[in-house]
Design a protein. Structure first.
Length: 115
């Protein structure tokens, strides 16, 4: 369900895969929390939209922060230790993330040259 919502958000709102997934997870979480704990409170669609937008904003604001980057790298290591992905795949993911961060924070283009 989350993957389908993420693909829909990515296609129609022109979001990156990471942003669409964060927005979808937050929207589903907001829907669940509102429907279970606040049955008579905020209308469920409103809570879903607000939590999705809040998650998207947090993702965009925190993406280039060092603690967020370290968190992602630790999560990849945890996936390897649990046997969900191979060490080779983990290194590939880490390299892609580091290249993406270098382009975004250092102002490099796809060839590694300064913009």
């Amino acid at each position: 369900m989350i993957e389908d919502l993420a693909k829909l958000l990515q296609k129609h709102l022109k979001l990156s895969e990471e942003d669409a997934l964060v927005a979808a997870i937050c929207a589903v979480g907001g829907f669940t929390i509102d429907s279970i704990f606040f049955a008579g409170g905020i209308p469920t669609p409103t809570a879903t939209v607000l939590s999705g937008v809040g998650g998207l904003a947090a993702s965009k604001l925190l993406r280039n922060r060092s603690f967020y980057q370290n968190l992602l790298l630790r999560r990849i290591d945890k996936l390897v230790s649990r046997g969900h992905i191979s060490p080779g795949k983990a290194m590939e993911l880490k390299e892609r993330l580091i290249e993406k961060w270098a382009r975004g924070t250092l102002g490099l283009d796809d060839d590694g040259r300064a913009k």
